[in-house]
Design a protein around this ligand. Structure first.
Ligand SMILES: NC(=O)c1ccc[n+]([C@@H]2O[C@H](COP(=O)([O-])OP(=O)(O)OC[C@H]3O[C@@H](n4cnc5c(N)ncnc54)[C@H](O)[C@@H]3O)[C@@H](O)[C@H]2O)c1
Length: 271
């Protein structure tokens, strides 16, 4: 069911790789809610992914940009305003990649070149996007930027290795930039801390399947799906949440507030 929550709004959605991507679902929902938007991804991902099908379905233009490259981001924000016919109202940052995770390198023996790459792609890219947008004055007052994150920023998950530190940085950038952009232009910036979700980035993590089941058994509501996450992002892009900024909001079925569940106790044979 659609509510026209984003009617007349213009957006930029990063990170839709395939139909499992959280960003893919956000694009579908944003379209249903009346928004027009540009889809973007790294040029290399575009060759692998199915983004053309999404663009067709949602009537969107694709503008490739490597999120670590300031010139490409400048082109993205300039061209998006041209294509959409005005300033941007919402931006989804849905970008994550760790070479250390991909190569199964343990946290205590990280490769630092890979670590720096992960920081650049997954955290600094948010700062770069915001800095470019602010310089171009590309986002409307009360515009909303959402970046996706994970609870390993607050508590340790050994298999999440360097992405834990990187997500902590991402959340901090959202707060810090949220202050400055809020004071100057009333632009809102939040992070959404999502449940484990079966996507390319998610399932690339060692032991993801077991952990997915564990989190599902802890959370009173179960794991939040990519579609649920998309719905939540839409509310954050909408005017109904206009005083929410600089927050990290858990979207995890209650997982982060639960110490242990009866379901887990039973699995452990403790009940
Ligand atoms: N899947 C999960 O369990 C989970 C849980 C919490 C948070 N998240 C976060 O959600 C976000 C989206 O991930 P997803 O799970 O939908 O997986 P995904 O693999 O579908 O999306 C990750 C996207 O990042 C893009 N990307 C990588 N390098 C890039 C670059 N240099 N420039 C531009 N784009 C680049 C990829 O092409 C891909 O589209 C990530 O920030 C991820 O950390 C995922």
């Amino acid at each position: 069911m659609a509510y026209n929550l984003l009617k007349g709004k213009r957006g930029i959605i990063t990170g839709a790789l395939d139909e499992n991507s959280i960003a893919w679902k956000v694009a579908e929902k944003a379209h249903e809610e009346g928004a027009t938007f540009v889809l973007t991804n790294a040029p290399i991902a575009m060759r692998m992914g199915q983004i053309n099908a999404l663009a067709e379905k949602t009537g969107s233009t694709i503008i490739p940009a490597d999120a670590t490259n300031v010139d490409e981001l400048t082109n993205l924000f300039s061209k998006s305003q041209e294509v959409l016919g005005g300033k941007i109202d919402f931006v989804l940052h849905s970008i994550g990649m760790s070479v250390n995770i991909r190569k199964n390198i343990p946290y205590t023996a990280l490769n630092y070149d890979y670590f720096l790459k992960g920081i650049d792609v997954s955290a600094l890219s948010l700062h770069k996007m915001l800095a470019v947008a602010k310089k171009l004055d590309a986002i409307n007052e009360w515009g909303s930027v959402v970046a996706l994150t994970y609870a390993a920023a607050q508590r340790t998950y050994p298999f999440y290795t360097d992405m834990a530190d990187i997500k902590a940085m991402l959340e901090s950038i959202a707060r810090s930039f949220g202050y400055h952009y809020g004071v100057e232009k009333k632009v809102r910036i939040n992070t959404v801390s999502q449940s484990p979700t079966k996507t390319t980035a998610g399932t690339g993590i060692k032991g993801f399947g077991d952990f997915f089941d564990y989190a599902n058994a802890i959370a009173p509501l179960g794991n939040a799906s990519a579609e649920d996450c998309a719905n939540f992002c839409i509310t954050l892009f909408s005017d109904l949440t206009r005083m929410v900024t600089m927050q990290n909001i858990f979207h995890d079925g209650g997982y982060s507030s639960t110490g242990v569940s009866n379901a887990i106790m039973e699995k452990m044979g403790l009940e």
